[in-house]
Design a protein around this ligand. Structure first.
Ligand SMILES: NC(=O)C1=CN([C@@H]2O[C@H](COP(=O)(O)OP(=O)(O)OC[C@H]3O[C@@H](n4cnc5c(N)ncnc54)[C@H](O)[C@@H]3O)[C@@H](O)[C@H]2O)C=CC1
Ligand SMILES: CC(=O)C(=O)O
Ligand SMILES: [Mg+2]
Length: 658
């Protein structure tokens, strides 16, 4: 039996640190039941430890830890020495205390000066900020990439510090780890690749995936973001290089939703690529053959799903950036069997609905007026159709939720794709887009015809909303924006949602300067607000699914729901819409600032859990079983979410032999 020396160190009101020294092996720790002070440990500390049943069972020692307060969980590790320094999950670099250096055989492997986290971050930021002045002035890809490299290197060596930097500066660095820079990273991935991150399953791995999943070191995985690289942002088929988008999305899961970084897994499914450049590139890291299709393709994805759900039955899988052709099919195929969702179809739809409702409020009208909005959508891919389906359902619900409401809602949309306005006269229409094809007679009455151009449609329809998910930069040209000046709305809304920045259908400067100061503007990638003069600001909202997917994932995880229902997704969207105050929307602010993403994600997760409980889908999570969940009121659900969000604090590490 080992002797343990407890020391309590209070920092602030709710933080407590326990140092365990002279400890080389722990198998079991038990309490005698005495509550008097022991070697410096107060009776309250002992009570809390008992309450949290600190029990290191050799069978589950790797994942089992005890919680004294949020963020201070001593962790049992099975490594020492350089292995710890090379493990980004546990590494603290120069912040290892002398006691820990002794305990983990780190003495002599680090410079002697022990740094605080704050000092570490200061030192790191000096390096990062050196690129600041130049990068701020405008789009300067080399600087953005250099920043990504610096951040990525930190990610590779010390995850806690990486997420501390990211969370504290989310507004500044989300555009680096996420859109737009992540697009550039994916385009250049072969050159940027240093250390692998995540897992790669290829068409060559058929029959092996069930065993391959055990190569991942974590016994618990909560979130997987998977892509097949076929449509990365609006950049097309980037093959294996698309892994960058899965990594970027998971960065937001950690930073915004507080998912423990040890329990996230980015996945690339390499079924080949149809990108000619990559097929010929000698440096390309993926399979250099054309994409699998049909049943062969499905067999690979099926095998992957079966493998990950066999090893981690409670995992949630987010499908990301699959070409539309597969996005809908895979969603239908898996959504009633697995805990999965498609972010581009479902996450984007929720964010767009929240923004569209915000735009109605910004006109000084009640949300219930939404079914009166005339909406022109440019782009009928996974994102555009996802938004259209959701907007139609939302209108139908407001109109009475019956069949005729569902039908009449269709009259509010005009959909333009690469071939122009979609009508029922068109020879081939994608089945997903078919319901939105306008009747040709009706369209003729509106002065339009099959394949009418976007500018003609805008001129004739005078829409309240012009929404772009086309991946065509500049599609909302001067002509189109001039036409929108004829809108019958008191406050026309422009959603230029395509990513990355260069694919935005227009910039906020173009929109405000051409259409007028009174518009509502949102873009998928971040732009600066526009100075309208006379002290007025044209607000540029970021209409991006990042406001919803982290909360959808976290809420699903903590509810323990086996599927992600339409109701849960709707609750997420409604929560986002309700987050904005009347004052905000009056100013044209329809989405929250990204700096509050952790708070909005917490609220969204709580809304998802509440809905899962109401739909009787919530099976619970860890000690919070279904019955306990049902007893929680709204505030308690929010508290429950908050208490389960990981924060980047260095835990105390305790070594135990395997
Ligand atoms: N802001 C956000 O949160 C999100 C933005 N997106 C962005 O949406 C864009 C589209 O994504 P997907 O729908 O998956 O792509 P997709 O490739 O499936 O669809 C693109 C659609 O745009 C249409 N299109 C092409 N040229 C056009 C033109 N000149 N005029 C009108 N339509 C045209 C195509 O016919 C197709 O229907 C991408 O740039 C992506 O980054 C996607 C998901 C979320
Ligand atoms: C934001 C996102 O998911 C996309 O552009 O695909
Ligand atoms: Mg996407």
């Amino acid at each position: 039996m080992q002797k343990i020396d407890w020391r309590e160190n209070r920092r602030g009101t709710n933080s407590m640190r326990i140092t365990i020294s002279t400890l080389s092996q722990i198998s079991t720790i038990f309490f005698t039941g005495k509550t008097e002070r022991k070697n410096g440990a107060s009776s309250s500390l002992l009570r809390r430890l008992k309450h949290n049943s600190f029990l290191c069972n050799p069978l589950n020692a790797q994942t089992r830890s005890f919680t004294t307060t949020e963020g201070h969980r001593p962790i049992i590790v099975h490594k020492r020495s350089l292995d710890i320094l090379h493990d980004p999950w546990f590494n603290k670099g120069t912040a290892f205390t002398m006691t820990e250096r002794d305990r983990l055989d780190l003495r002599g492997l680090l410079p002697p000066n022990v740094m605080s986290t704050e000092q570490q971050i200061k030192r790191f930021m000096v390096d990062l900020k050196r690129l600041q002045v130049q990068a701020r002035d405008g789009p300067s890809d080399p600087y953005a990439l250099a920043k990504w490299r610096i951040l990525n290197r930190l990610h590779d060596r010390n995850e806690t510090m990486y997420y501390k930097v990211l969370i504290a500066n989310i507004e500044e660095y989300a555009p680096i780890v996420y859109t737009p820079t992540v697009g550039l990273v994916c385009q250049n991935y072969s050159g940027l690749f240093r250390r692998p991150r995540g897992m790669y399953f290829s068409a060559e791995d058929r029959g092996e995936m069930m065993s391959m999943v055990y190569n991942w070191p974590a016994d618990q995985v909560d979130m997987i973001v998977v892509t097949d690289g076929s449509r990365i942002l609006g950049l097309g088929d980037l093959g294996i290089q698309g892994i960058g988008i899965a990594i970027g999305k998971l960065d937001l899961y950690v930073a915004a939703a507080g998912i423990n970084p040890q329990r996230v897994l980015p996945v690339m499914i390499d079924v080949g690529t149809n990108n000619e450049k990559l097929l010929k590139d000698p440096l390309y890291l993926g399979l250099q053959k054309n994409r699998l299709d049909g049943d062969e393709y499905l067999a690979v994805i099926d095998e992957f799903m079966e493998a990950v759900f066999t090893r981690w039955p409670h995992v949630i899988v987010q499908f990301e950036d699959f070409q539309s052709k597969w996005a809908f099919k895979l969603l239908q195929r898996y959504r009633n069997t697995y805990r999965m969702f498609n972010d581009d179809v479902q996450g984007t739809a929720g964010v767009a609905i929240a923004g569209l409702l915000g735009a109605v409020r910004a006109q000084g009208r009640p949300m219930i007026d939404f079914p009166k909005q005339k909406i022109v959508v440019a782009g009928a891919g996974s994102a555009g159709i996802g938004v259209l389906n959701d907007a139609r359902k939302t209108m139908a619900r407001m109109l009475g939720n019956n069949e005729s409401a569902f039908e009449s809602a269709l009259r509010q949309f005009w959909v333009v794709d690469a071939n122009g306005l979609i009508t029922d006269e068109r020879e081939y229409i994608d089945p997903e887009a078919r319901p939105f094809a306008r009747k040709i007679k009706e369209i003729h009455r509106q002065g339009l015809s099959e394949a009418a151009s976007l500018v003609e449609v805008v001129k004739q329809i005078k829409p309240d909303v012009l929404l772009g998910l086309s991946a065509v930069g500049g599609l909302f040209s001067k002509e189109v924006l001039e036409a929108l000046k004829g809108s019958t709305s008191t406050r026309p809304a422009i959603f230029a949602m395509s990513n990355p920045t260069k694919n935005a259908e227009c910039t906020p400067e173009e929109a405000f300067s051409i259409v007028g100061d009174n518009i509502i503007f949102a873009s998928g990638s971040p732009f600066n607000d526009v100075d309208l003069g006379n002290g007025h600001i044209g607000h540029c909202n970021q209409g991006n699914n990042m406001y919803l997917f982290p909360g959808i994932g976290l809420g699903t995880l903590l509810s323990g729901s086996r599927i992600i229902s339409d109701g849960m997704l709707q609750a997420a969207a409604e929560c986002l819409a309700a987050y904005m105050t009347e004052e905000d929307v009056a100013k044209g602010i329809i989405y929250p600032s990204i700096s509050s993403i952790r708070d909005i994600t917490k609220q969204v997760a709580a809304a998802v859990i509440k809905e899962a409980i109401e739909e009787d889908l919530a099976e619970g999570y860890r000690e919070m079983d279904a019955r306990e969940l049902q007893k929680l009121n709204e505030e308690e659900i929010v508290e429950y979410v908050k208490n389960n969000m990981w924060s980047p604090e260095y835990p105390t590490l305790v070594y135990k032999q395997d």
